[in-house]
Structures are given as C-alpha cells and as structure tokens.
Design a protein around this ligand. Structure first.
Ligand code: LMR
Length: 327
C-alpha cells in the first residue's frame, strides 16, 4: 500500500503475458510531440523486451490527470509512470528543480544534456525519493517562445498583459521582470483560457503550441528561445522496487533506448512545429534581432539575483560548469 492505495501485485503471479503487469503512463501533451512519441517508443520497447509480461498504457493530453493531479496520482500509485516538466517538480523534489527555468541559461540542447547527464542530474533525481518517486531519465524538449494576442517585440510589450506559466517561482520572477501579470494554469486549460480572453498569452515550445492548437487563439509568436523545457521520467518508487529484477532491468534498458530516441528527435520536432505554425498563416511569427535579444537578456538578468534566494548557488555553478564544456 502507498498512502492507502493498493499497488498492483507485481511480485507473484502477475508476470505472465496472459496476466501482464500494467504500467499506466500519463502525460499532458499530444501524442504527436517529442514526449508523446517517446512514450509510445517506450511502450513498444518495454513490451517487446519483456515479451508481453508488461503492458504499457499511454494516456496523452491529460486524458487521465492534469498537471498537479498526475503527480499526486503517481505518489499514491494510481498511475505508475509520468514524464513531468522540471518546472513542475519543485513541489515534490525541492526548489532546485526550478533552476532550469532561469532565462537564457542554456545556449543549445547539448548544454542542457551536459548538465543533467552528470552529477547534477543524479543529485536531482535522488531528491525525488523522499516523495515516493523514482526519477529514471531526463527527456529533452526544447526552447520556449512566447505567443500572445498582440505583438511581443520587446519587453515593454508585456506590460499589463496576463501570461500563463507553469508552477515555478522563477517563471513568476521572469514574467514580473517583464511587467506582465502571471497566471498558473494546467496545460489542459490553456487553450480555453486563451480563447475566452482570461489569458492574453503564454510561453511554450513550438510542438506544444502546435499540438494544443494554440495558434487558433493567438495572433503573434516571438521566437525568443528564452527558456528551456525538459522532463524527468519518473515512476512510483514502491511499484518500481517491487518489480521482479529481470523485468525492472528490461524496463531500464527500454527506457534508456526511448530516452536516446526522445533526445534525438526533440530539436527537429520543434523546428518542424515552428514551420507548421508559420505555414498555418494563423499567427505572425517574429524573429527578434540580436539587438532585441540583448534587451531581453538585460531585462531578465535580475531574475538570477532574485532566484538566488531559493536556488542553491552551487547547483547553478555546477550546471554552468558542465554546460560550458558541452559541444
Ligand atoms: C507545460 O505545462 O507547459 C508543459 O509542462 C507541458 C509539457 O508537459 O510539455
């Protein structure tokens, strides 16, 4: 039992193809995104490697749970697996998970990977354990852009508008530095909140914008690449530890391959989504000049100072040191 919720019996008879162990893998974005495709790749590999003794059911697009609910569901064992954004993990793993939200922290995907593939990543994953969670891998997504129902060409354009963010104090500081109002919404509610005018804009990666049809309710997109979105793949720790050893190792291998797949497609998927957004003709895409980007950086620089109140400076220094060596 985990918090009173019965976990599936994985120890005895439930290990045959006739009576497989079920892994419910919940996530909050479309099946046609890098995360959605990687979850399906994991399913394919996991089922093949365990010869059907495990069945993976993937539930995309918040069909089972929304952002915060899915973490609670994992903790009580109502689902077994998630791939949750780093921003949302501060509630269960501590505030250092937010460090990845610092504006303009990574210059490219390799810089992010260099940070999480070493001791920083391992340290963060360990911090999930007291919450009953086992972090198994980091999956890339990519760089965020802004959309709104007005052009966002410079920081001054944010004054007085309401922007959706994920639940992260650093993202609150970021939007305050730009002079915007913030509102934390689960991914599943963003489209409707933008459509109804409850929100004016949001930040996300192109794949999420395209797959959630946010371009139908937004008229402008600025390719600021100001922040990075990535995930931890995590399981209920008790469920994981109760798995028979051979099954757990087969799943580990399947996840390793699915992780390589996820990280190999993320950048191209976002590039393709950006092209599709441009081709849709539904919103105007703005590419900031180097001069404008310098202004964004300058405006957002105070976020680092503010975040030092709750982010461990050693963690940030370690990330910077690993990223600097990335190529
Ligand atoms: C968001 O809420 O914007 C993202 O975390 C969604 C996701 O999982 O990519």
């Amino acid at each position: 039992m985990a918090n009173g919720w019965p976990l599936p019996d994985t120890t005895a008879q439930a290990q045959t193809a006739k009576d497989p162990i079920i892994i419910q893998f919940s996530h909050v974005v479309g099946a046609d995104t890098a995360k959605g495709k990687a979850a399906l790749k994991f399913k394919e590999l996991a089922e093949a490697r365990t010869a059907g003794r495990v069945r993976v059911e993937v539930y995309p697009d918040s069909t089972l749970y929304k952002d915060r609910e899915e973490l609670q569901a994992l903790q009580i064992g109502a689902v077994q697996m998630l791939a949750t954004s780093l921003s949302k993990l501060a509630t269960v793993g501590g505030s250092d998970f937010e460090v990845f939200d610092l504006p303009f922290l990574f210059k490219d995907h390799a810089a992010f990977r260099a940070a999480v593939d070493g001791p920083v990543g391992a340290t963060l994953l360990r911090r999930l354990e007291p919450s009953g969670l086992q972090g198994l891998a980091f999956w890339d997504n990519g760089f965020k852009v802004f959309t709104a129902n007005r052009p966002l060409l410079s920081p001054a354009d944010f004054r007085g508008i309401k922007i959706r963010i994920q639940s992260s104090r650093i993202l609150v500081s970021q939007m305050k530095a730009l002079g915007a109002d913030v509102s934390i919404h689960p991914m599943a509610n963003v489209y409707e909140a933008l459509r109804s005018g409850q929100l004016d804009g949001q930040e996300n990666v192109p794949t999420n914008i395209y797959s959630q049809h946010l371009h139908d309710v937004q008229s402008h997109l600025s390719v600021t690449r100001h922040g990075y979105l990535a995930y931890v793949v995590l399981v209920n720790r008790q469920f994981w530890n109760q798995l028979p050893y051979d099954i757990r190792e087969a799943l580990r291998l399947a996840l390793h391959e699915a992780t390589q797949y996820a990280n190999s497609i993320a950048e191209a998927e976002n590039q393709r989504a950006l092209e599709l957004l441009k081709a849709s003709g539904k919103l105007t895409v703005h590419e900031p000049t180097a001069q404008m980007l310098a202004l964004w950086r300058e405006t957002l620089a105070p976020v680092y100072r503010q975040a030092s109140a709750w982010i461990d400076p050693a963690m940030l220094a370690a990330i910077r040191a690993s990223s600097a060596g990335a190529r």
